[in-house]
Design a binder for this molecule. Structure first.
Ligand code: ZN
Length: 510
């Protein structure tokens, strides 16, 4: 017998093992802590709702209490004429939304939040239908009637809990992975006798395993986290192909594929935390900062920045950088500074046309370019790509007008100092130095470079587009002055505007 209901989500609150006069109770399905009297009041209100629903569903003067005593034919007739249509119409919208919810990815990387889908259903209403179905269960006589009741119970229970998880995915709340694991497991339990949901049941069991692993990960218990996440990931992998060949459930395919992906990303991050050694919570703080450091929002970039796979690459690079503080090595340019600032190294080949009429010719130029490896955090860089990098076209060499007419121009860009920096790069240790964390992926660096060259070709009519080669991340030693990063003199006037905008506090330094 349920005594209390959560005032926030409407779930029954398990009071077993709870002190009967404890003034506060916590909902195990959404984590809301509340006064017992509020949970009691919510329960009473819900019962009143259900009673009024019942009295409108029942023929005058009939009570559902003592339903067992009413003869079966009369019960079946009440059920068919008055109860079934009301339950079915409400159930139908939930059944439909539940299926479309199953088409989504139902987990995300720890510390991250995600908006799963837009549903206007509140778990409260769904739990209410669940309670209504229970209240009319004594009227169900035939197998068909009983089947409607059990289907309603199964679907509403699992759907309401899934809605709770959708909300938890959208907010960073302490202990949310433990709660989500409970909800996944209870959802699976609710569906275990509904054959048409067998694959959804399997998926929820797998997700419970993954969420358990995420909860352990958050506590710094990396070894156990890894074994739970990989167990869940393997269950999802086994499920994926079964889902594909089931026309009803194939809607889950993409979601499952992404969940496998998310599990693998977190396994990689867990690997990163364990290779770092030392206090896992310290490394977890870096992980948290990096995941929370959201890339700047720009619709033209969201196909890259919205992809959680980017964390794989970023954490691999960060792991290399941190290991260079101990025994590892990273590519570092020559110089004195004690702050290592990461840049993407780009080989740029472009052609331009010089000369007029008979002396017209194409010249091929090789140029070096550096892109700030944290440019992706700066909204201005996404709009104005030249501010993310060393704008070599800013320094057009002084060449006489005669040169350009005679076709003797050799280049329309100038990045010599940058070339010297790149030539000085050697593998080396970062011991005793501080490192600015690289936060962009190679694909993102390629896009900013391509966007930049498109910008150049609009202003330099002689410039012909080329395919830039983004090579790797190199680290340039810099100093700090008045909270700003100071780059080596070789940058000349090509210090990216992005760096001029950044203060030491706005970059991630470890
Ligand atoms: Zn709740």
């Amino acid at each position: 017998m349920v005594e209390l209901r959560c005032k926030s989500c409407g779930a029954p609150i398990d009071v077993t093992g709870l002190d009967a006069d404890a003034p506060f109770v916590t909902c195990q399905y959404c984590g809301t802590s509340q006064q017992r009297i509020d949970a009691q009041k919510y329960m009473d209100d819900m019962m009143t709702q259900i009673k009024s629903w019942l009295s409108s569903a029942m023929p005058l003067g009939m009570g559902v209490e003592g339903g067992e005593n009413v003869d079966p034919v009369a019960r079946h007739s009440i059920f068919t004429n008055d109860v079934r249509p009301r339950i079915e119409s409400e159930l139908e919208t939930y059944r439909f939304s539940n299926m479309s919810l199953l088409g989504n990815t139902l987990i995300t990387v720890p510390f991250n939040t995600t908006a799963v889908c837009n549903t206007d259903h509140s778990p409260n209403k769904v739990f209410e239908l669940n309670a209504k179905a229970k209240s009319v269960a004594p009227l169900a006589v035939t197998d068909e009637d009983k089947d409607l009741i059990s289907q309603t119970s199964a679907i509403t229970q699992s759907y309401a809990l899934a809605l709770n998880n959708v909300k938890l995915l959208s907010e960073v709340k302490d202990g949310r992975w433990g709660i989500m694991a409970t909800n996944f497991r209870e959802s699976a339990n609710a569906l275990k006798d509904a054959p048409q949901y067998a694959l959804a049941c399997e998926r929820y069991n797998a997700l419970a395993e993954v969420a358990d692993g995420f909860a352990m990960f958050m506590q710094g218990n990396i070894t156990d986290a890894q074994s739970h996440i990989s167990a869940g990931r393997d269950m999802l992998t086994a499920l994926k192909d079964k889902v594909f060949s089931d026309p009803q459930m194939s809607i889950m395919y993409m979601g499952i594929e992404q969940e496998i992906n998310v599990s693998n990303i977190v396994l990689d991050i867990a690997g990163f935390v364990s290779t770092m050694g030392g206090d896992p919570m310290q490394t977890m703080n870096i992980v948290k900062d990096v995941i929370n450091a959201k890339p700047a929002q720009n619709p033209r970039w969201s196909f890259l920045t919205g992809n959680q796979n980017r964390f794989n690459e970023i954490f691999a690079e960060i792991s290399r950088a941190i290991s260079a503080k101990n025994s590892g090595q990273i590519p570092i340019a020559a110089g004195q500074g004690d702050i290592l600032v990461p840049f993407w190294e780009v080989d740029l080949r472009y052609t331009f046309v010089t000369g007029k009429l008979w002396s017209k010719k194409s010249v091929e130029v090789k140029e070096d370019l550096l892109i700030c490896a944290d440019f992706i955090m700066d909204p201005d860089c996404l709009v104005n790509p030249s501010s993310a990098l060393t704008d070599v076209f800013r320094n057009r060499p002084e060449s006489s007008i005669m040169d350009s007419i005679k076709g003797e121009e050799t280049r329309i860009s100038g990045g010599t100092g940058i070339g010297r920096i790149q030539d000085s790069v050697q593998m080396g240790s970062a011991a005793g130095k501080r490192i600015v964390l690289p936060l962009s992926t190679k694909a993102e660096a390629e896009k900013v470079c391509v966007d930049f060259l498109a910008q150049v070709s609009r202003t330099h009519s002689k410039f012909k587009l080329s395919q830039p080669q983004v090579q790797r991340i190199i680290y340039v030693p810099c100093t700090a002055s008045n909270g700003k990063l100071v780059l080596p003199k070789d940058f000349g006037n090509m210090v990216p505007d992005h760096l001029a905008r950044m203060t030491q506090n706005s970059v991630f330094i470890i």
